[in-house]
Design a protein around this ligand. Structure first.
Ligand SMILES: *[C@@H]1O[C@H](CO)[C@@H](O)[C@H](O)[C@H]1NC(C)=O
Ligand SMILES: *[C@@H]1O[C@H](CO)[C@@H](O)[C@H](O)[C@H]1NC(C)=O
Length: 287
C-alpha cells in the first residue's frame, strides 16, 4: 500500500472549509434503476440506493436528467469483505458513437487488500486515459464523497474534497474536450473478474454473493440541466463559482500529494503502452 505520508496541517484545514453541501437527495426523483431485475433498490424515503450483484446479474441506475457541465457529488460505501472481481461505478456518459465519458470505478479486492479507484476520460469516443489510485481510508467501512467537477475549463475528480486528478481543456492544442454532448450520471455494480483484481488473477468468490454497494447524498444542484437541445446555464453561468472553478495553488499541492503517495497507475507514464509516443495531453505544457 502507499507510504503513510501525512498531509500538511494547513492543507487539511482547507478541506474543512471546502466542506460538503448536503442538498436534499431523493433518488426516486433523481434516478431510474435501469437494470438488475430488482437488485437495485431505493430505500429510506429516497435517501439511500443500494445495488446488489449475484451470479445471475449485477444492477445499475441512471439519472433522469441530462447535464451539460456540473459538479456531481455522490457518497458511496463499497462492497465489504471479499469484493475481488466486483466493480462499483459512478460515472457520466453521453450517448452515441463518439461519446464523452468521465469514469470513476472501484475495483474490489480480497478482504484487507486495497481497493483501486480506477478513472478514465473519453472524448469523442476515445478513452485510454486511465489513472488508478489507492485510497487513504477503508472505503467499505463508511460512506465517503466522490465528486466530478466538469466545467468548460477542466474536469477535476475529488475524493472527500481532495482533488486526485485533473484534465484540462486543451482544445487549443487540438485535444478534444467534452463540451457539446449532454451526459447522464450512472452507477452500477457488475462483475469484471477477468480484469478487475490484480489484472484478473483473483476471481470473484460467488459463495460471498450477494455483493452490495450503497449510494447516498447525490447532489446535482450545481449543474446545468440539459433538455430540448438547450442547457439551463447557457444564458448566464458566470455567477456560478463551480462553472469557472479550477485548482488554486493549495489544491495543486493536495493533488500532487495524492498523486505522489497514492497513484498506482498513470497512462501518461506508460511509455511501453504508447511506443509511438505518449498521448498529446501528457506532454503539452499549457501553463
Ligand atoms: C489488491 O491487492 C493486491 C495486493 O495487495 C494489490 O497488488 C492490488 O493492487 C490490489 N487491488 C486490486 C484492484 O487489484
Ligand atoms: C451574468 O451574471 C453576472 C453576475 O451575476 C452579471 O454581472 C452579468 O451581467 C450577467 N450577464 C448576462 C448576460 O446576463
Amino acid at each position: 500500500m502507499a507510504p503513510n505520508n501525512s498531509l500538511p496541517l494547513t492543507l487539511l484545514v482547507s478541506f474543512f472549509l471546502v466542506g460538503t453541501t448536503f442538498a436534499a437527495t431523493n433518488f426516486y426523483q433523481q434516478v431510474d434503476i435501469t437494470w438488475g431485475n430488482g437488485r437495485g433498490m431505493i430505500l429510506n424515503n429516497g435517501q439511500l440506493l443500494t445495488l446488489s450483484m449475484d451470479k445471475t446479474t449485477g444492477s445499475g441506475f441512471q439519472s433522469k436528467n441530462q447535464y451539460l457541465y456540473g459538479k456531481f457529488d455522490m457518497q458511496l460505501k463499497l462492497v465489504p469483505g471479499n469484493s475481488a472481481g466486483t466493480v462499483t461505478t459512478f460515472y457520466l456518459k453521453s450517448a452515441g458513437s463518439t461519446w464523452d465519458e468521465i469514469d470513476i470505478e472501484f475495483l474490489g479486492n480480497l478482504s484487507g487488500d486495497p481497493y483501486i479507484l480506477h478513472s478514465n476520460i473519453y472524448t469523442q469516443g476515445k478513452g485510454d486515459r486511465e489513472q488508478q489510485f489507492y485510497l487513504w481510508f477503508d472505503p467499505t467501512a463508511d460512506f465517503h464523497t466522490y465528486s466530478v467537477l466538469w466545467n468548460p475549463g477542466n474536469i477535476i475528480f475529488y475524493v472527500d474534497g481532495r482533488p486526485i486528478r485533473e484534465f484540462k481543456n486543451l482544445e487549443g492544442f487540438g485535444i478534444p474536450y467534452p463540451k457539446s454532448q449532454p451526459m447522464r450520471v450512472y452507477g452500477s455494480l457488475w462483475d469484471a473478474e477477468d480484469w478487475a483484481t490484480r489484472g484478473g488473477l483473483v476471481k470473484t468468490d460467488w459463495s460471498q454473493a450477494p455483493f452490495t454497494a450503497s449510494f447516498r447524498a447525490f447532489s446535482d444542484s450545481n449543474a446545468c440541466l440539459y433538455s430540448n437541445g438547450a442547457s439551463s446555464c447557457s444564458s448566464n453561468s458566470s455567477s456560478n463559482a463551480w462553472y469557472s472553478q479550477q485548482l488554486d495553488s493549495s489544491n495543486q499541492k493536495v493533488l500532487k500529494w495524492v498523486q505522489q503517495n497514492y497513484m498506482v497507475y498513470d497512462y501518461c507514464k506508460d511509455t511501453k503502452r504508447f511506443p509511438q509516443g505518449l498521448p498529446p495531453e501528457c506532454t503539452v505544457r499549457s501553463t
